[in-house]
Design a protein around this ligand. Structure first.
Ligand code: AMP
Length: 193
């Protein structure tokens, strides 16, 4: 199973990806997680990406496409993967098409979580509070200023990715405002069980 989870920041992609990982025994490939790991490790990519990420902007297509090109060829991704947070621009979606064709891979589904934008900031704030309560460190971009930039980037650059896949006939839309278990059930239904 090779699938893409689309949706704005705070839509619940990470939560649903974790459940899909378990169900299908495939890895979640989150470019956000990989970039945060690069920032933490102080790699050249991390150093280039940090300030853009902290401000809520998008890292260059070249960097994220390079990361995904390497990652989908690793052994654990042989039987499939869940792309979470990638592609975020139409150029990335096109680059992904090329990468998949080159590796003789095909996408099985593209699932979009539709959410009410007004609810997203509250979700992000809740995520930050829960992280603090659990003794964790809040993401540098989980604050209202960076969130606004992230949402603007989503509207301008990522929303067209849904149209790109809808045009190809592979997009399935799920109500991301439903309770978590209901969203999971709807995704499973969209994936055919
Ligand atoms: P996320 O964890 O998916 O919310 O990503 C956190 C941040 O990493 C984003 O706000 C971007 O700065 C960067 N990022 C993650 N994935 C991508 C991508 N596919 N293209 C560009 N920037 C990305």
């Amino acid at each position: 199973m090779r699938l893409i989870l689309l949706g704005p920041p705070g839509a619940g992609k990470g939560t649903q990806a974790a459940r899909l990982m378990e169900k299908y025994n495939i890895p979640q490939l989150s470019t956000g997680d990989m970039l945060r790991a690069a920032v933490k490790a102080g790699t050249p990519t991390g150093l280039r990406a940090k300030s853009v990420m902290d401000a809520g902007g998008l890292v260059s297509d070249e960097i994220v496409v390079g990361i995904i090109a390497d990652r989908i060829r690793e052994a654990d991704a042989r039987n499939g993967f869940i792309l979470d947070g990638f592609p975020r621009t139409v150029a990335q979606a096109e680059a992904l098409d090329t990468l998949l064709a080159r590796n003789d891979m095909r996408l099985d589904a593209i699932v979009e979580l539709k959410v009410d934008e007004a609810a997203l900031l509250a979700r992000i704030e809740k995520r930050a509070r829960e992280t603090v309560a659990a003794g964790g460190v809040v993401r540098a971009d989980d604050n209202p200023e960076a969130f606004k930039v992230r949402l603007d980037a989503y509207r301008a650059q990522t929303a067209p990715v849904s149209a790109y896949y809808a045009g190809k006939g592979g997009l399935k839309t799920v109500d991301g405002m439903a309770p978590i278990d209901a969203v999971t059930a709807a995704i499973n239904g969209a994936l055919g069980g």
